[in-house]
Design a protein around this ligand. Structure first.
Ligand code: C5P
Length: 225
């Protein structure tokens, strides 16, 4: 069973790179952030969370854990279909502002992480797979034979994201994206459970000055060697 772990901060290109690497190798691909997002979306749909605060989210941890236990994903080339209780969640509905505000709090709950760790291992165990996330190489698949950590400065990631969304360099939107990324990095690296960090045996690729194709070629080359 060949498994590939790709970790890195928000907007480091994990999903684009992971999807392309999976396609090049003929593997399935799972962006694991979508699992946390789907749990969050399902909780919102069930009106479980009345406000996006840590205290409110913690008070419904047992219910969130139950949802996380029944998440599943079918790995397809270039993406995955996320399903909870027979309902599938499209990527677009997992990217709403409501989900964005709540998902870091949901992802910080040990109960949710424990449940999703089992889910991720089960999915990865079904066949050859690339998993992208924050703690794949360190916690979810510590025995994965291939681990990569994509890194880039917050400035480079913010500029990339701003241009992708059609905002000019130096615009107010660009500044807002940079500020949000710095906050997100602090949350990801500073959380008590499974903080973002490179596994000791991961190959770190700094992507500031690399194109998507170059990053994909480095990873595919390393796996094929
Ligand atoms: O990568 P994305 O922004 O979709 O991740 C959504 C949320 O899930 C983030 O808060 C991130 O910290 C969390 N996450 C995580 N572990 C993963 C993948 C994502 O905690 N393996």
């Amino acid at each position: 069973m060949t498994r590939l772990a790709i970790d890195g901060p928000a907007s480091s290109g994990k999903s684009s790179v992971g999807g392309r690497v999976a396609a090049a190798l003929g593997y399935g691909f799972l962006d694991t952030g979508l699992l946390y997002r789907a749990v969050t979306r399902a909780a919102l749909n069930q009106h479980l969370v009345s406000a996006p605060t840590a205290a409110v989210v913690k008070s419904v941890a047992p219910q969130l854990e139950k949802i996380a236990q029944i998440v599943d994903a079918e790995l397809l080339e270039g993406g995955a279909a996320i399903v909870i209780d027979g309902r599938s969640y499209a990527a677009a509905e997992l990217e709403s502002a409501e989900v964005e505000a709540l998902v870091p709090l949901v992802a910080a709950l040990p109960e949710v992480r424990d449940a999703l760790r089992g889910v991720q291992r089960r999915i990865a165990g079904r066949g050859r797979a690339v998993l992208a996330g924050r703690d794949i190489g360190t916690v979810v698949l510590p025995d994965a034979p291939h681990k990569f950590f994509l890194d880039a400065s917050a400035e480079a990631r913010a500029l990339r994201r701003a241009l992708q969304r059609g905002h000019a360099q130096g615009s107010t939107e660009h500044a807002q994206i940079l500020a949000a990324l710095i906050d997100r990095d602090r949350e990801d690296r500073g959380r008590a459970v499974a903080p973002l960090r490179a596994a000791e045996d991961a190959i770190t690729i700094v992507t500031d000055t690399l194109t998507l194709d170059e990053v994909v070629a480095k990873i595919v080359g390393a796996v094929q060697r």
